[in-house]
Design a protein around this ligand. Structure first.
Ligand SMILES: [Zn+2]
Length: 217
């Protein structure tokens, strides 16, 4: 069976199974559990159209997971079928940021590419957040700026839909040319996790990420 799952889809599957485990614990009514199972499987079919019979059998097994131990085993079964983030070298990354003089590079050697939907890293000295992503099969690199609030605020990350207090999520902005005004600029911003590996563990859709990148690239 060929690899057919992107890392964000694996996160989505995990989040749905966690809901199902919750139903087992709290519902106490087999009809509620059955309905949850049906909902979960339907949402996974919607996420993954065009499954082969083998792939479908693997996905159907998600409905049989009843607790955290079984979830761990099930996620291990998915592992061989994950399409990792495409390989990229430091030289290729540098080429994406020709204007950045002293580019800080991500720690490529210690990244698990099977858990990455987008490559993100920070330069703490310049308050820059770098994003690298294969948008429609073409590498794009975006240098953004971030501001961390002096006050402790809790914000939701637009990309992974999770919230953190403190400076876990920050307003990340990119200045882009505004074609309607001569020499005009517009600032595009999203609240995003500053810890990109953590964000990648929670991201279940690429919609907001791609929407942002399409606007600022
Ligand atoms: Zn996030």
């Amino acid at each position: 069976m060929e690899a057919f799952l992107h890392p964000y889809q694996v996160n989505y599957i995990r989040s749905k199974i966690n809901l199902l485990i919750g139903a087992f614990y709290f519902a106490g009514d087999y009809r509620v559990v059955d309905a949850s199972r049906e909902n979960v499987i339907q949402s996974l079919y919607d996420l993954l159209p065009g499954l082969t019979p083998e792939q479908r059998a693997l996905i159907d097994d998600a409905a049989n997971v009843r607790d955290k131990d079984e979830l761990k085993l099930y996620m291990e079964r998915l592992q061989p079928y994950i399409i990792p983030f495409p390989a990229i070298t430091a030289a290729e990354i540098r080429k994406l940021f020709p204007k950045v003089k002293k580019l800080v590079l991500p720690d490529l050697a210690n990244l698990d590419f099977s858990k990455i939907t987008y490559l993100g890293w920070r330069d703490i000295a310049t308050h820059a957040l770098y994003i690298v992503y294969p948008l429609h099969g073409k590498w794009i690199g975006v240098e953004c700026q971030y501001v961390t609030g002096a006050k402790k605020v809790s914000a939701m990350c637009t990309w992974c839909n999770r919230g953190y207090g403190g400076d876990g999520v920050a307003l990340v902005t990119k200045q882009i040319k505004n074609r309607q005004i001569v020499d005009g600029y517009t600032v595009v911003g999203n609240h995003i996790c500053l810890n990109s590996p953590a964000c990648n563990q929670g991201i279940t859709s690429t919609e907001e990420l791609e929407h942002f990148l399409l606007r600022v690239k």
